[in-house]
Design a protein. Structure first.
Lengths: 116, 112
């Protein structure tokens, strides 16, 4: 069974469209994340949810809206897609973080978004 | 969060030991040193984490000197399948967010 899964794996769309990427984890983790990896391979965190509550919201255009229906799912909806949104988007999950501990993050396979 | 500096790329041959050094001069007392590996077209994968001295697991060893301002990831007897990008990260242990900041990473190319 895949621990962290994302759909779709590839997404090609036109500028101005609205699209969603889905993420599911079956690890029983409390925390989920979205990262963006650009063409230069820099991986940058976008959002993080802990038990359906938003805890990290980096400087991301408000066209990007995460939705967490339950703690096993964190979907990413993107409105009015732009050329610069083309990237690989990774979902990840981990146990909840508490002071004095660090829990490794498990990443999904990524969704390659291409905006034409 | 402490910034990390590591070589952009390294080449090696199969069977050799590879050491990737990372500097993190501003590491804080509560920070952990963590390494992730990313194969082409895959998400990053946790390799190893340490606080001080030496940590070893089935994949790699991590050497951390007493001042903790640098660390070295050691991959024994690499194979072609170890070709990947290796990221050194400093993670705040007291954080309740788990935020990771990835740098450019070191692209390791293993040749036959």
């Amino acid at each position: 069974d895949t621990a962290v899964s994302q759909t779709p794996k590839y997404l090609v769309t036109q500028m101005g469209n609205d699209k969603s990427i889905k993420c599911e984890q079956n690890l029983g983790h409390d925390t989920m994340y979205w990262y963006k990896q650009d063409s230069k391979k820099f991986l940058k965190i976008m959002f993080s949810y802990n038990n359906k509550e938003l805890i990290i919201n980096e400087t991301v255009p408000n066209r990007f809206s995460p939705k967490s229906p339950d703690k096993a799912h964190l979907n990413l909806h993107i409105n009015s897609l732009e050329l610069g949104d083309s990237a690989v988007y990774f979902c990840a999950s981990s146990q909840a973080h508490r002071g004095g501990s660090y829990n490794e993050q498990f990443f999904g396979p990524g969704t390659r978004l291409t905006v034409l | 969060l402490a910034k990390t500096t590591q070589p952009i790329s390294m080449d090696s041959y199969e069977g050799q030991e590879v050491n990737i050094t990372c500097s993190h001069n501003n590491i804080a007392t509560n920070d952990y040193i963590t390494w992730y590996q990313q194969f082409p077209s895959q998400g990053p994968r946790f390799i190893i984490q340490g606080y001080k001295t030496k940590v070893t697991n089935e994949v790699a060893s991590l050497f951390i000197p007493a001042d903790r301002k640098s660390s070295t990831l050691s991959l024994p007897r690499v194979s072609l399948s170890d070709t990947a990008v290796y990221y050194c990260l400093v993670v705040t242990g007291s954080s309740n967010t788990g935020k990771l900041i990835f740098g450019q990473g070191t692209t390791l190319q293993v040749k036959p």
